[in-house]
Design a protein around this ligand. Structure first.
Ligand code: ADP
Ligand code: MG
Length: 625
């Protein structure tokens, strides 16, 4: 038989290795930035075109490379950072496998310009698809500049596998942030398609966090510090009241290297303990220093996981350090994500003898009717205060519909349903006097009994249906700002909000991009108070992200309409006047679904005199027996 085994060429071997190290523009950015940090740079500039698909350029003012090194660095296993296997265990730099540049160069067109400190001339090396193209002397500034063009141009399968620009950009941005947070002493700049994304001046960690995530973060941080013989912990955790509903602002560094570690994450979570609601994630930026010999960084090709020798001790130390920090700053747990008054009728339940459960039957139940309810009211008209005739006409429609449904059913109803009764009662809405009875409930008495309305839930339902209408047919009116305000976001939220710009416009927000993760509010929804723009937008984005996490399959309009309605409801804290409640009841009755809140809660309820009597003398019948 003929020999069939052949050695792979270096280029092919590098391309295979590249698959492990370089999956997308973000991985190249990470490797190149880490090299710049290792080179002792004080200033690192990242320039991207088309999320890195067309160009990734990193310019640093680090030590530069000699002529030989400039050529050698593209060879596989070429590294200045590792000489023997023992070095792996005493590693203090970022890179160590000597694979990154070889991998990148095998799948892109790379230009390296470098000049070592103190040298007169620099060198340029061109490598394309792993093939050395040219090398010459040039005039260039001290340090190194590497341009990576057309990543994966020669591996179409990989290139096609890349996601859309916004997705790839998000990945790059996250890698950039990870490196920038690890080195607040270095000046980092980031440009994408000629827009400045970041300009992070040297400073301390707190300043760096504020630089990346927004100035507001300055007041949200609690410092953590702990020094023991096996680990030194320092950094910040976010105050519990600013905990996010989505994962993301969680950064661990071990000896300057970003890592992901579910075990240590658990330690921080445990320290927050009961201070966080079950669905919130703590924010943290924590740096751990350990003896390099006590960790193994080599277990993961992209090096975001490491193995600790003393993981149990580190867990305990980390947990107590965070716990103490939170305690020391005695941050009050004022978690009010969902401050929603529950539907509770404030009746004294004490001294009440438990009543025998009664079986209720729905006389209208028809097993042959499908669950699909006919559409009640055409959403599409702009809501305004309807006059009495209009209300009546509408209520009439409602009733007609119900009657038709009843006659269709096989069972002849013997009594009206509570919904029907409510509609009938509300026909004389003008005569109602609503009173806010506390707990977010208003009541109104009428000749037949009592009606209760869940105020926040009703408002939310009304706003939600308004928002849906603005988004789908009739955009809301925007009130122009006398003084446009700037609102800064953290980078991820900024991407979220930018993708929603057209929709936000329809809700009445006139927004323009300003650069530096900042938007300018030129107009706001008419109901919104001036001065609230920033907090409303931040809260809206937070809720939208949560909504997306909880129910990603809902259409964007639906998610946004819900998030905005909830945000709007949360801001209206003023007590309700009787007139306003009446208007709310009218608006609610004009909703497509007036009886159920967005989370399924009951919005309207009526009690007839018999039921009321039962409430007051609950055991009349039992006592008689
Ligand atoms: P590693 O970082 O694991 O050593 P790389 O392939 O990333 O492997 O880089 C190979 C070598 O090229 C590095 O060890 C370093 O000597 C040199 N090098 C890479 N980037 C730079 C840079 N920006 N400035 C100076 N030297 C660099
Ligand atoms: Mg490297």
């Amino acid at each position: 038989m003929a020999d069939i085994i052949r050695l792979l060429s270096d280029t092919v071997a590098n391309q295979i290795a590249a698959g492990e190290v370089i999956q997308r523009p973000a991985s190249a950015v990470k490797e190149l930035m880490e090299n710049a940090v290792d080179a002792g740079a004080r200033r690192i500039h990242l320039v991207l075109k088309d999320a890195g698909k067309t160009l990734i350029q990193i310019v640093d003012d680090g030590c530069g490379m000699s002529e030989t090194d400039a050529r050698l660095c593209f060879e596989r296993h070429a590294t200045s950072k590792l000489r023997a296997i023992d070095d792996l265990f005493a590693l203090r730099t970022m890179g160590f496998r000597g694979e990154a540049l070889a991998s990148v160069a095998s799948v892109a067109q790379v230009e390296l310009r470098t000049r070592p400190h103190g040298e007169e001339v620099g060198f340029r090396v061109l490598v394309e698809g792993g093939q050395h193209r040219s090398q010459d002397q040039i005039a260039t500034s001290e340090g190194t500049s590497i341009s990576v063009r057309n990543l994966f141009y020669n591996v179409p399968a990989r290139r096609n596998f890349l996601k859309s620009d916004p997705v790839e950009f998000r990945h790059v941005q996250e890698e950039f942030i990870r490196v920038a947070l690890a080195h607040p002493e270095i000046h980092f700049e980031f440009h994408h398609n000629d827009n400045q994304v970041f300009d992070l001046r040297p400073g301390n960690l707190r300043q760096r966090i504020a630089g990346v995530f927004g100035k507001l973060y300055n007041e949200r941080l609690v410092p953590v510090e702990e020094e023991t013989s096996i680990v030194r912990v320092e950094g910040y955790v976010g105050k519990p009241e600013f905990a996010k509903k989505s994962r993301g602002e969680q950064y661990f560094y071990v000896n300057g290297r970003f890592i992901k570690d579910p075990y240590l994450h658990h330690a921080v979570n445990a320290a927050f303990d009961s201070l966080l609601p079950g669905d919130a994630y703590p924010s943290y930026w924590l740096r751990l220093q350990v003896d390099p010999a006590s960790i193994d960084v080599n277990i993961h090709p992209t090096k975001t996981e490491i193995k600790f020798s003393y993981d149990k001790d580190i867990y305990a130390i980390l947990r107590s350090a965070v716990k103490r920090a939170i305690g020391r700053f005695s941050v009050a747990p004022s978690l009010d994500f969902e401050q929603e008054p529950s539907f509770e009728v404030p009746l004294a339940k004490l001294d009440q003898i438990p009543r025998q459960p009664e079986i209720r039957i729905n006389p209208n139940y028809n097993p042959f009717r499908t669950g699909e309810e006919p559409k009640r009211f055409e959403v599409g008209s702009v809501r305004s205060t309807p006059d009495r005739a209009e209300t009546r006409q509408w209520l009439h429609m409602h009733r007609e519909e119900t009657t038709i449904r009843q006659s269709e059913s096989l069972i002849i109803p013997s009594a009206e349903t509570s919904e029907q009764r409510l509609l009938r009662i509300f026909e004389d809405l003008d005569d109602f006097r609503f009173v806010h009875v506390g707990q977010g409930i208003a009541s109104a008495s009428h000749p037949e009994g009592l009606v209760l309305i869940h105020l926040a839930g009703a408002r939310e339902r009304v706003l939600y249906e308004d928002n849906l209408r603005y988004l789908s047919s009739k955009p809301a009116v925007s009130q122009q700002q006398l003084f446009p305000v700037q609102v800064q976001f953290n980078p991820n939220d900024y991407l979220v909000v930018c993708e929603l710009l057209p929709e936000l416009q329809k809700l009445g927000f006139d927004l323009a991009e300003f650069g530096g993760n900042t938007l300018v509010v030129q107009g706001r929804p008419a109901e919104l108070d001036a001065g609230d723009e920033s907090s409303v937008l931040h809260e809206l984005v937070e809720r939208f992200k949560q909504q997306t996490r909880d129910s990603a399959t809902l259409p964007v309009h639906e998610r946004l309409a819900r998030s905005f309605a909830r945000t709007q409801v949360q801001r209206q804290r003023s007590p309700f006047a009787s007139r306003e409640i009446r208007q709310l009841a009218i608006d609610l009755l004009h909703c497509e679904e007036p009886f159920a809140g967005l989370s399924g809660e009951v919005l309207l309820r009526s009690f007839d005199s018999t039921q009321l009597q039962n409430l007051i003398q609950p055991n009349r019948s039992t006592q008689h027996a």
